[in-house]
Design a protein around this ligand. Structure first.
Ligand code: ATP
Length: 234
């Protein structure tokens, strides 16, 4: 059911500034790619270009036998790619339950099943189902965003800095949920500014610097020396 994401020579410009320059990689079915890089390296731009939110200046994006290069965000989503943006993207004026329902098609059976799964994975969302999403804590909003994305049974999740600002326990929970989604056949593109956990989770790693690929390879080959050289951390 899963497909390979194939990104070839992807470039993005903001006016005269080249934010992404000829970036290429593949995510095979049921696997995870960690995209690392310092601030401003182009990680979020990559996520936005894949999901159709910013126009591509060049290159192609294919998912299985489909060409997603020129598709709108809604069509990319329908093809099975779900983007969890940095900054959460929940609807603050709607309740937890309303936010979750928005993620689902009208089919009542599937909706009930999806809600059950979401509340089992994140019990706190069940407890707070009638609370306005805008009044949830940052970590709870991240959980809601992830729960909503998983409810539509995506084939690939693009998770942009999901752990930003979260307490270590919540970060564990987010990774655990992504791990479960992966066991259920979902591929993951994981964007992280900090490397450790992302590399533990991922199969492959891509390091961006100033919009270009500075290193790519198996996640377990991205050793301390390499991270120090490219990210200034070890
Ligand atoms: P961070 O880790 O800080 O979130 P990032 O790797 O996600 O950084 P991007 O947000 O993709 O980096 O930004 C890449 C470059 O493009 C940066 O120099 C940024 O200032 C620039 N940029 C991003 N969005 C725009 C925009 N809408 N208009 C102009 N420049 C932009």
């Amino acid at each position: 059911m899963s497909e390979t994401l194939q990104v070839s020579d992807l470039s993005v410009r903001y006016g005269a500034a080249q934010a992404l320059a000829e970036v290429s990689f593949e995510i095979p079915p049921n696997s995870a790619l960690a995209v690392l890089g310092p601030n401003g390296a182009g990680k979020s731009t990559l996520a936005r270009a894949l999901s159709g939110l910013v126009p591509k200046a060049g290159g192609t994006v294919r998912f299985g036998d489909r060409d997603l290069t020129k598709l709108s965000p809604a069509k990319v989503r329908r093809a099975g790619l779900v983007h969890l943006p940095e900054g959460r993207g929940v609807f603050p004026g709607l309740t937890v339950l309303e936010n979750l329902r928005m993620g689902l098609a009208v089919d009542k059976g599937r909706r009930a099943e999806g809600l059950d799964r979401a509340f089992t994975l994140f019990p706190v969302l069940g407890e707070r189902r009638r609370q306005l999403a805008g009044t949830l804590s940052g970590g709870e909003q991240q959980m809601l965003s992830l729960a909503r994305a998983l409810m539509i049974e995506p084939k690939l999740v693009i998770a942009d800095e999901m752990s930003l600002g979260l307490a270590p326990k919540l970060v564990d929970l987010i990774f655990e949920s992504l791990g479960r989604a992966r066991s259920a056949g979902v591929s993951v593109l994981l964007i992280e500014q900090f490397a450790g956990r992302a590399l533990d989770f991922a199969d492959q790693c891509l390091i961006l610097q100033r919009g270009r690929t500075s290193w790519s390879g198996p996640a377990d080959a991205a050793g301390e020396e390499l991270l120090h050289r490219y990210l200034g951390e070890a």
